[in-house]
Design a protein around this ligand. Structure first.
Ligand SMILES: Nc1nc2c(ncn2[C@@H]2O[C@H](COP(=O)(O)OP(=O)(O)OP(=O)(O)O)[C@@H](O)[C@H]2O)c(=O)[nH]1
Ligand SMILES: [Mg+2]
Length: 371
């Protein structure tokens, strides 16, 4: 619980499936607030340690706390501790939290408990859920392409069902006609949600959303029912891998090219295994300075994007890999170990951390279906 706040802080949660653009949207919103002199605190979340999202947000000078080893719902007290730590270090007026992208039931397991137990400390903003439009068109049957299996799609659907605001993100990638088709299909399937379209990257359409997030309160409606057996099975179908490697090269090398080569090799290997990638994200940071290379891939047939590039060649540093795909985690681990081994064959390499697993059954600390 924030200890030093005299007025209520605002708690904003921005959800959505893996790769939908949550971190990008949070960073842009936080930058905007920062420019306006508003103190912001960010909270990231993952099933494991070694997070690309935390590294990315910290590299932008943002106060960030991360909750690892389980989702907000299952680690509710850790969420409150993270808010307390941020209050001590940065005194935020606004907290922006990014839940795990395979997590749902946030309304009942986070928003309503927060309001009921800590309502004197927090105002709770509407629950936003972002979608990647290409993924959403496939899920809703508007477009062909590899989709996830049924139980993973159950989780995807539940995320949308509980949203106050569904955001069609990445509209910079869509034709107007496709955006309209997607909006109509989302509206038909999830009539309770307001649907906005934005580009977190370019800032298109974000102003109305920001206004809602800063002024409105979460809706009071009953949270959707969630079958935790199906939800747990759906989450467990997604293999999860986090790895951190320190590397030391015999001579300066192009770090941007190295990341692209690793991504291309992983993409080929996982396609051959029939594993649909939900999100591959990697960072490469030189041992000195604040420079950072960041690469993302959000579909098996997507194009890997370097969203930050290193200015100079590097000689030593740290590589972080976060990979989520629908497959056996042992396949992810074997792929990462062999590809990283091949690519770094002439380097001095220390594997600091590698973990590949299926997320465990979610067991929320609280579940309050009614506001
Ligand atoms: N073209 C385009 N790309 C975007 C936009 N927003 C996000 N992206 C890209 O989508 C990819 C995934 O974005 P993230 O913000 O990391 O997604 P996320 O939802 O936080 O993903 P997880 O944390 O893995 O669940 C990155 O390559 C982003 O640059 C957008 O508005 N337009
Ligand atoms: Mg993220």
């Amino acid at each position: 619980m924030p200890e030093t706040s005299l007025t209520k802080a605002r708690y904003i949660m921005i959800g959505g499936f893996l790769g939908a653009g949550k971190t990008t949207a949070i960073l842009q919103f936080a930058k905007r607030l920062h420019e306006q002199g508003v103190q912001v605190g960010l909270i990231t979340n993952d099933q494991s340690i070694g997070l690309v999202d935390t590294a990315l947000l910290q590299s932008q000078g943002m106060p960030v706390e991360e909750i690892t080893g389980g989702c907000f719902c299952c680690r509710f007290q850790s969420l409150m501790d993270a808010a307390g730590n941020l209050t001590r270090t940065a005194a935020p007026e606004i907290f922006i939290a990014e839940p795990v992208g395979s997590c749902t039931d946030l309304r009942a397991a986070v928003s309503y408990p927060l309001r009921r137990i800590y309502g004197e400390d927090f105002e709770i903003a509407p629950l936003s859920v972002l979608v990647d439009p290409i993924r959403a068109m496939r899920v809703l049957g508007l477009d062909k392409g590899k989709a996830f299996s049924e139980k993973v799609l159950y989780v995807y659907g539940k995320q949308l069902e509980e949203a106050d605001i569904i955001l069609i993100n990445k509209v910079d990638l869509l034709t107007e006609a496709d955006c309209d088709r997607l909006r109509d299909a989302l509206h038909a399937a999830y009539p309770k949600a307001e649907i906005l379209s934005i580009s977190a990257r370019t800032g298109q359409g974000v102003d109305d959303w920001y206004e809602r997030l800063l002024q409105d309160e979460i809706d009071n409606r009953e949270a959707p029912e969630v079958d935790y057996e199906v939800y747990a099975d759906g989450e467990a179908l997604l293999g999860w891998l986090n790895a951190a490697v320190t590397l030391d090269a015999p001579a300066p090398f192009d770090g941007n090219a190295l990341l692209s080569r690793i991504a291309a090799a992983l993409q080929d290997r996982l396609a051959a295994e029939g594993a649909e990638i939900a999100h591959l994200k990697m960072t490469l940071s030189p041992g000195e300075g604040n420079d950072l290379a960041v690469l993302n891939l959000v579909r098996g047939d997507g194009i890997a994007e370097s969203i930050h590039r290193l200015q100079d060649e590097m000689e030593s540093g740290e590589l972080i890999i976060n990979l989520r795909a629908e497959t056996d985690p042992a396949i992810l681990r074997a792929a990462v170990e062999s590809i990283v081994g091949d690519m770094l064959v002439n380097f001095g390499v220390t594997l600091e951390h590698i973990e590949a697993f299926r997320p465990g059954k979610p067991m929320p600390t609280y579940r309050m279906a009614m506001a």
